[in-house]
Design a protein around this ligand. Sequence first.
Ligand code: SF4
Length: 216
Amino acid sequence: MYSEDDLIPVSALADFTFCERRAALHFIENVWEDNVFTAEGTILHDRVDDASASEVRGNVRITHSVWLRSLVLGLVGKADVVEFHKTEANGVKIEGISGLWLPFPVEYKRGYLRHELSFAIQLCAQALCLEEMLGGNIPSGAIFYGKTRRRMDVTFDNTLRTKTQDTAKKVHELFESGITPKAEYSKKCEKCSLVELCLPKLSNKASSYLLKVLEE
Ligand code: SF4
């Protein structure tokens, strides 16, 4: 069990899954840089944040910008949207509203409909936070892609839950170590907003050069 002082952002799990160095640059070294991808993502999140706090569509209550916390996993963050679907069984109670409701987190991302493990882990972490806060079991959620305006359902099966718990543990260990992993260039660097600051190609060359000098 973690204390309030030890909580890390839920979004760090997505960063870490994408690239461990990126998570360290963001959250250990506090290095941030927008590119077209993150700027579009920020605009999308702002639009979600701007929406009215809560709305009702049939049997679904939609709540925006919901604060989340898990002391078991040591996480804190915000869900873009949590839908509450009316259900006959296995739901949770909402204060002041009758009936049972099944929480369904929705995370907004830019771009086209696609499967990204980092997003699935971030969403699953949100569900684990909600389960700890509200009780009950949350079987699934969705990722909404801004470009295509379509969403992909994500099932929180045991494999994804275990991966999410492991990732949270590893991110805590990384942050406790305070050590930023060295850069390793790969295709994903082309989409990374930190590429100009991280300089992964140069880091690789510098490491090889230093190794060569040491060998000589
Ligand atoms: S540029 Fe590449 S190595 Fe550097 S943080 Fe981004 S993804 Fe990681």
